[in-house]
Write a protein that binds this ligand. Structure first.
Ligand SMILES: Cc1cc2nc3c(=O)[nH]c(=O)nc-3n(C[C@H](O)[C@H](O)[C@H](O)COP(=O)(O)OP(=O)(O)OC[C@H]3O[C@@H](n4cnc5c(N)ncnc54)[C@H](O)[C@@H]3O)c2cc1C
Length: 297
């Protein structure tokens, strides 16, 4: 297999046994058997077809800011899309490839005096990850801005899905159920006043820096908002801030975040998550579901 994959794609950077902790925002996670960095849609499509033909499991990663990769790593082929990152303005719309940083797209919207992506100014994901997760903050959500996305299906066809087909709901899109690779997204925005757009983006980023432990590795808010509650408040009220297992710790600054305070592993993260879920359930009978995606072996 080693020779086959490397021979089949001499122009694509492919690393064998790649330490994923170098790519995840938590600085944790075991190795990928194969880690590929395609730069074009055609390369991505060929990689997926090759993996299908050779019964190689395929995992797509964007900016790895909402991921815990288990310490055993990921079997098969992992594709990181951050080298597919063009951002194009087309009148009031922006078309961005999946690997573009969402923050760069919101900055591009600001440059063009286009409003609708201010909420995304500080979300550290890629466009693909943001669509997959229907990322949101401060009252805004990807579903309000994305009108279509180009998707490579699990069987290798490229189709364009509109917002209805993307079936967005809280931290959910249809790609979570159907699988496939998001290749790009179209953001339909409205002309606005540059100073007002900038004011909102700066305000959101100031609030983020005040409330979130951005100085530490993390995967953002670990848990979804349970109906009628706030995950962070439940964790705070359960007295769990500062709870530590190995190098993973419930942040003292924001109870919804688990930070890596040094040499933390994915197992440490999963231990803290389990303890938080059990303690909150014992005290308040509320189940905290993870927003962060846990993958790997
Ligand atoms: C400090 C910090 C702050 C954060 N703040 C917010 C916030 O305010 N709001 C919010 O919603 N989130 C927030 N997050 C979480 C995270 O940034 C978002 O969920 C983001 O959208 C994830 O994008 P990503 O590219 O990092 O995805 P990844 O973590 O790489 O992947 C997440 C999931 O998406 C899938 N995926 C990624 N790209 C593709 C693709 N192209 N095609 C198909 N599937 C794909 C992956 O397989 C995985 O299941 C924060 C995280 C951090 C670390």
């Amino acid at each position: 297999m080693a020779l086959a994959i490397i021979e089949a794609f001499p122009t694509i950077e492919i690393i064998h046994n790649a330490a994923l902790s170098e790519y995840t925002n938590t600085d944790t996670g075991g190795p990928a058997d194969w880690l590929a960095f395609p730069t074009t849609v055609a390369e991505t499509q060929r990689l997926v077809q090759f993996a299908n033909q050779h019964d190689l499991a395929t995992t797509i990663i964007g900016n790895a800011s909402n991921l815990i990769v288990r310490d055993g790593g990921i079997a098969g082929l992992v594709i990181i899309l951050t080298k597919m990152n063009t951002i194009e303005v087309q009148s009031d719309a922006i078309v961005a490839q999946a690997g573009a940083a969402l923050i760069s797209v919101s900055e591009k919207a600001l440059d063009e005096s286009l409003s609708g992506l201010e909420f995304a100014a500080g979300i550290p994901g890629s466009v693909g990850g943001a669509v997959f997760m229907n990322a949101g903050a401060y009252g805004g959500e990807i579903s309000q801005a994305v009108t279509s996305a180009t998707v490579l299906s699990t069987t290798g066809e490229i189709t364009v899905l509109d917002a209805i087909e993307l079936d967005f709901s809280y931290r959910h899109s249809s790609i979570q159920d159907a699988g496939g690779v998001i290749l790009d997204a179209t953001f339909t925005l409205v002309p606005g006043e540059k100073a007002t757009i900038k004011f909102k983006m700066d305000d959101f980023n100031t609030r983020r820096a005040e409330k979130q432990p951005l100085e530490w590795p993390s995967c953002g808010s670990v848990f979804k908002r349970p109906k009628g509650f706030f995950a962070g408040k439940l964790i705070h009220d359960a007295g769990l801030q500062g709870y530590t297992s190995g190098g993973a710790q419930v942040s003292m600054k924001h109870a919804g975040f688990i930070i890596n305070i040094g040499n933390g592993t994915a197992t440490d993260y999963l231990d803290v998550i389990k303890h938080v879920q059990e303690t909150v359930f014992d005290k308040f009978q509320v189940h905290l579901e993870t927003e962060v995606r846990v993958i790997g072996r």
